[in-house]
Design a protein around this ligand. Structure first.
Ligand code: FAD
Length: 459
């Protein structure tokens, strides 16, 4: 291929993660000519280092708990041990099959897949190993990386999720730095695998982005599971001696462990990629984009984790699809960021959409809330899980927030997102019939109660 562009694509995409590949697939489907540039593995963080491998670990963790807890259901089981080589083979098998499928999917479409590290060298050109890919439109989708704290070097027994996904042993004691989504998911896995776990969180509560009631319930459940956590405490340093890490806190305490997992958030991958030189506005590393995913430079779009907002795979998918449709002239409706469902897959699971109670008060003034306790839900009793469904509605108006916690409650987010995104009134949902006995019924019962006709609701 010559260094001069012999061809102009409709869209050139930099980064083949959730945002980038979704854009490529939709654009190809719409008959646009597309080039997709990826320096690592197609599928990006979500498939290889994020959603999929972590959820496989969480499932293995659930199996371990089930083995431990059989007697609770009258089944005589004993938990022997966790064999990390077996766990990793299972996890890698899942990832491998999905990876193969995705590669096949991209290959089957009219997408020019270009392997290599790309750079934006002009507002309409991505350069990869000397090859210039010119696009009428450019999509930046370079994703994110695991951050650390100043002075906290990753290495040895101090790791981020990127290394922790490939552990070949179960550490006896783990300190998890950060009580956000990734931190509590790993804490949950390690505990189920048999580690003694302590979470350190500088904010006053775990999963601080969630409704306060959810944090309280998670903390209650973690206490019951004997997952230790310290909130409102700052990390001050770590020392590694052989295989032991000593984690010190600003409070003066020191905690010894076999592993420190750093889960303090993810930063955008944008440095050195030519974005600013091409005139794209970047703020603290993030690419600023409007509700149509347009940057300040005409024809340059940004999707996924590099754009400030929820760092979730399905947000990236939605933004990628949006850009393809926008470029194709379909005038797609803009994405409501509050309408993006959020699930945290620890045990117990958390699922939410829309506004927390505090956010709703600030936004709408008068609101009403209702908590439906899973104690009244048959299926949750069968599963022996506790938790609740909390609804937030505008006074006499639609439901603007749904917050759920309990084993397997992540699966309920599908209906919750329809309720929020279709601006349903509690009475709209109350007249829909929810199958018995399901956990989904809890969502129905919460709406029955909020519509003024509670069924299995106490208090
Ligand atoms: C441990 C963990 C668990 C997670 N769990 C979930 C979950 O359960 N659900 C959920 O929705 N989200 C989850 N996420 C978040 C999710 O993975 C991200 O939101 C999603 O991957 C973002 O997609 P993206 O396309 O923006 O970026 P990425 O997936 O990071 O993809 C960016 C791609 O760009 C490539 N790239 C970067 N620079 C260049 C370059 N110069 N040239 C060529 N290619 C380049 C990278 O190699 C990468 O493949 C999790 C993340 C982590 C870390």
């Amino acid at each position: 291929m010559s260094a001069t562009a012999e061809h102009t694509f409709d869209i050139v995409i930099l980064g083949g993660g959730s945002g980038g590949y979704a854009c490529a697939l939709r654009a190809a489907e719409l008959g646009l000519s597309v080039a997709l540039v990826e320096k690592g593995k197609l599928g990006g963080t979500c498939l290889h280092m994020g959603c999929i491998p972590t959820k496989a670990l969480l499932h293995a963790a659930e199996v371990a708990d089930t083995a431990r807890e059989g007697s609770q259901f009258g089944v005589k089981t004993t938990f022997e041990s966790v064999d990390m080589s077996g766990v990793n083979a299972y996890k890698d098998g899942v990832v491998g099959r999905l990876y193969k499928g995705l590669q096949g999917l991209v290959k089957s479409k009219n997408i020019e897949y270009v392997e290599g590290e790309g750079r934006l060298v002009a507002k309409n050109v991505i350069e990869v190993a000397g090859r210039r890919l010119t696009g009428r439109n450019i999509v930046l989708a370079t994703g994110s990386y695991a951050k650390s704290l100043p002075g906290l070097d990753i290495g040895g027994r101090v790791m981020t999720s990127e290394q922790a996904l490939f552990l070949d042993f179960v550490p006896s004691r783990v300190v998890v730095l950060g009580g956000g989504v990734i931190g509590v998911e790993f804490a949950s896995v390690f505990k189920s695998f048999g580690s003694e776990v302590t979470i350190i969180e500088a904010l006053p509560r775990l999963v601080a982005a969630e409704d306060e009631a959810i944090s309280k319930q998670l903390e209650r459940s973690f206490r019951k599971r004997k997952i230790n956590f310290r909130t409102g405490v700052k990390f001050s340093g770590v020392k590694q001696t052989g295989d032991v890490v000593s984690v010190s806190l600003e409070s003066g305490d020191t905690i010894e462990a076999d592993l420190l997992l750093v889960a303090v958030g993810r930063g955008p991958v944008t440095a050195g990629l030519g974005y600013e030189e091409a005139g794209v506005t970047v703020d603290r590393g993030f690419v600023l984009a409007n509700e149509r995913c347009q940057t300040n430079v005409e024809g340059v779009y940004a999707v996924g984790d590099i754009v400030p907002g929820l760092q979730l795979a399905h947000r990236g998918f939605a933004q990628g699809i949006f850009v393809a449709e926008h470029v194709a002239g379909l005038n797609p409706p803009v994405i409501d960021e509050m309408g993006i469902p959020r699930v945290t897959y620890c045990e117990p699971e958390i699922a939410s959409i829309g506004y927390t109670e505090a956010q709703a008060k600030e936004k709408f003034g008068e609101i009403e809330t209702y908590d439906y306790n899973l104690g009244g839900n048959g299926k949750s009793q069968i599963l022996q899980t506790t938790g609740f469904v909390k609804l937030v509605r505008q006074k006499d108006g639609p439901v603007v927030g749904v917050h759920m916690i309990g084993a397997r409650m992540g699966e309920q987010v599908g209906e919750a997102q329809l309720i929020y995104n279709w601006e349903a009134l509690p009475s709209d949902v109350a007249q829909l019939i929810h199958a018995h006995p399901t956990q989904n019924e809890a969502l129905g019962e919460a709406h029955l109660a909020l519509a003024g006709k509670p069924l299995h609701a106490h208090g």
